[in-house]
Design a protein around this ligand. Structure first.
Ligand SMILES: [Zn+2]
Length: 162
């Protein structure tokens, strides 16, 4: 192989076969490269789609957090106002009646007194018997009357039906 020339026909044939083989291999690698590029494009599009979706979700989560915090603030303010109102109202109620009310309230899911409306207890919704209504009708206005069914303090009004 002087001056880079191939003189042996067998060597030439082997080199030609090698060239054909290498060309085939290059073709295969180019096909693979195209496939990988397509997969990359698909993955990049999916990544972009998911990134946009994530941004939407983040924005929604931010708005919901803001809304939740605002509502929690309103609720806290309402509870504070109600607590202050209750304190004012309770200060005008005799201590023994307040103690009775608090005891019933603790036993009856937070409702210690109920309005008597159209012969029904506003606490348990049951209609009072004629005998109970008779006793209530005879009771002085400042006497504490209670529902025989649920034991709540009954508040008499013009609509009580007694
Ligand atoms: Zn009742």
């Amino acid at each position: 192989m002087d001056k880079g020339l191939v003189t042996n026909p067998k060597d030439l044939e082997r080199m030609q076969q090698e060239l054909v083989s290498l060309s085939r291999r290059i073709g295969e690698l180019e096909d693979t490269e195209l496939e990988v590029m397509e997969e990359l494009e698909t993955a990049q599009a999916e990544h972009a789609r998911l990134t946009a979706r994530l941004a939407e979700i983040d924005a929604r989560a931010g708005a919901l957090t803001q809304s939740r915090d605002a509502k929690a603030g309103e609720t806290t303010a309402q509870v504070e106002r109600a607590t202050a109102d209750r304190k004012v109202t309770a200060s005008g109620v005799p201590a023994d009646l307040l103690a009775l009310y608090d005891r019933i309230r603790a036993q009856k899911g937070g409702v210690g007194a109920a309005v008597l409306r159209q012969r029904r207890c506003g606490g348990c919704s049951l209609e009072l018997t004629a005998a109970d209504l008779g006793s209530i009708a005879k009771a002085p206005a400042d006497e504490v009357v209670r529902c025989e069914e649920c034991q709540r303090i009954l508040v008499r009004t013009a609509e009580s039906g007694v």
